[in-house]
Design a protein around this ligand. Structure first.
Ligand code: FE2
Ligand code: FE2
Length: 156
């Protein structure tokens, strides 16, 4: 399991200890990575990039939106339970669930909803751009790792 960095834990203790968020441990996102591990990895990377960039970032909304950006709460591989148009709509599904369960702010909701840019929404803040880019990088790495695992390729 991917562990949240201390800064991620500090801004999102309520999310990390909630049983609702823990449901993400049961769903696969890419390859063999769960939605939970994916989301924590994206939040950790967002924090690292935010500190590395010469830009002022609002850390609390960045961390909370990163953790909840895929909080759609279904298995998107299962057509019988997935909600329609997953690729182009799960940002708004995640936002609605996060508003209901964690009372996220409007800014946090906006960051979540545009993370699939250009498929859904348009990032309207630095935090939103950072999440959209970090998510794509992490997702690609997870998909490639899953592909390597299926092909039986060992890390050399
Ligand atoms: Fe997503
Ligand atoms: Fe994601």
């Amino acid at each position: 399991m991917v562990e949240p960095s201390p800064e991620v834990a500090a801004y999102a203790a309520d999310i990390l200890r909630s049983p609702a968020f823990a449901r993400e441990k049961d769903a696969i996102q890419h390859g063999t990575t769960t939605v939970y591990d994916h989301s924590v990895a994206v939040a950790n990377v967002c924090v690292r990039l935010a500190h590395a960039l010469p830009l002022r970032m609002r850390m609390r909304p960045l961390v909370r939106a990163a953790l909840l950006h895929d909080y759609f709460l279904y298995d998107w591989h299962d057509r019988s339970t997935a909600r329609p148009h997953h690729a182009t709509h799960h940002g708004r599904y995640a936002r609605a669930n996060a508003e209901r369960d964690f009372g996220i702010t409007r800014h946090e909701g906006d960051i979540i909803q545009s993370h699939m840019f250009p498929l859904e929404g348009f990032p309207a803040s630095r935090e939103a751009w950072l999440l959209a880019l970090a998510d794509k990088g992490i997702s690609l790495a997870e998909a490639l790792a899953g592909l390597r695992a299926r092909m039986g390729v060992r890390r050399g």
